[in-house]
Design a protein. Structure first.
Length: 158
């Protein structure tokens, strides 16, 4: 079966979905990693859990392991630059120079983000080119404003 037409139509369909832009961050020893992600979703309230899908070729992929922590930084409308820099492979070294970063229990997080969800990875599910990470939420930091950065059809929405 020729999947090329299906792949093309699938991509077109996905461009119609509005997604909240997040940056997933984690640390391996002294090496901090961050990656822009829109394949992030809540899984359950009991216990509070999130799903994060990451391509196996992403540098953060090897840091995301069962038993280790990571943070889902839900970006605010004014954080387009952070989203851009964390999505360009050649700018990996610059990612933590954009915006205000700190660490909580050895997990890097962006202070300027609308929300920060700290997770412990409880399961990693391999699927084709990606891994689905299940994170049990251990701490949440919310700002008082809710104006998330949104993405649709290859562009940020204002």
């Amino acid at each position: 079966m020729d999947l090329e037409p299906v792949n093309k139509e699938f991509l077109q369909a996905m461009r119609g979905i509005i997604s909240t832009v997040t940056v997933v961050s984690a640390k391996n020893g002294e090496n901090k990693h961050a990656m822009t992600a829109t394949s992030v979703a809540s899984l359950s309230l009991d216990p509070p859990s999130m799903l994060v899908c990451i391509n196996r070729e992403a540098s953060i992929h090897e840091v995301m392991k069962e038993g280790l922590g990571f943070c889902i930084n839900i970006l605010s409308l004014g954080q387009k630059n952070l989203a851009d820099i964390c999505s360009i492979k050649e700018k990996e070294e610059e990612r933590f120079l954009e915006g205000n970063w700190s660490e909580l229990e050895n997990i890097p997080y962006n202070i300027d983000s609308q929300s920060n969800l700290f997770c412990n990875c409880v399961q990693a599910i391999q699927n084709s080119t990606h891994t689905i990470y299940v994170g049990e939420v251990t701490k949440v930091i919310n700002k008082n404003t809710f104006d998330p950065l949104l993405y649709k059809d290859g562009n940020y929405l204002d």
